[in-house]
Ligand binder design. Sequence first.
Ligand SMILES: *Cc1c(COP(=O)(O)O)cnc(C)c1O
Length: 407
Amino acid sequence: MVDTEYIRSQFPILKTVINGKYPLVYLDNAATTQKPLAVIQALTDYYTNCNANVHRGVHYLSSLATDMFEQARQEVKDFIRCGDDGQVIFTKGTTDSVNLLAHCLAKTFLSKDDTVLITQMEHHSNIVPWQIASQDYGFTLDYIPIDNNGELVLDKLYKHKDLDKVKVLSLTHISNTLGTVNPIKEITRFCRQHNIITVVDGAQSIAHQIIDVQDLGADFYCFSGHKVYAPMGIGVLYGRKKLLDKTDVYQGGGEMIKQVTMEKTTYNDLPYKYEAGTPSVADAIALGKALQWFKSLSVSDVTAYEDSLLEYALQRLDEIDGIRIIGNAAHRSSCISFVCQGIHHLDLGTLLDAMGIAVRTGHHCAEPVMQFFSIEGTDRISFAVYTTRQEIDMFISALQKAVKMLR
Ligand SMILES: *Cc1c(COP(=O)(O)O)cnc(C)c1O
């Protein structure tokens, strides 16, 4: 059972009043989640009691900061059930993780004849880094298209005409626009049989379902802290040790080295080999706290709760004339995009905001999805564990009002 009243009491920002009148209804969780007191306090506590640089000092604060930083890595490791410390690399977020991978995988494993596959439903941060790497390293970049329901046309992979050229597949676990949950296990099983390295963008899945990277079978899994109740500026790249050991380094600097002479450098062991420079220590510690906090709610209960909210919201949206839901996948999660006949998504979002409802408007960093559906943008609502049915009712009433005013 998810006790939303108790959970909401731990999020100070949810008490915000809009226009001195409306209680905030925050339905933009796919863009970023709010932070519970445990996370806010972890940040304050770090800067109050233990701030020092990590891994470098013998003094008291430095070893305290190092212990807490490594404890946070342990939390991440436990949360995604990945088995080995060396496989959890702290990054700035999903975007940073994908850029690292696009560059390093291309440099280490890809030749001009090879193909990397992405999909048509990716966030820009899982498209653009591959386009850049493709220009730099000369591999071919191709994609798995989507159908009218917003599901992947997987025959593009399964029956790829040059399957032995496909070396990497990078795809999202859950679409941030369509809500589609992709069948990652089935896909990674196929890829393993065909020696295709798999990269999973977990930015939308990390906060909505149990993540067991070994069970998912992906070689790499990336996520951002701020989408799972942790601060911005911290994220994770999980990678299989065997691959990470072989892969070339990314950025150079302190911490990622074993020994430096004026002539040459030898590199540090995993995971430090990929953590050049001073990391975002406080944010990593707060991420550990966020995952601990989130896990204490029981993630499977959270999934069931959010699924029931999704069902309810879809049903209520169906009551309103002229609403078209973008994305109708059989397996979906946590967000709904829609357009309203005759009304611009931005006008609708602006009016909803005036009534205290925070929704997302625009292309959601997924312009190819908009192009596929021949639309400019959508309005999107997305849920978190503190979202309530009552808020969905408030959203629907506001939407009915706004639609009447704008038509
Ligand atoms: C938010 C998001 C990203 C990018 O995350 P950043 O935190 O901006 O790096 C990538 N993919 C998906 C599916 C997202 O929702």
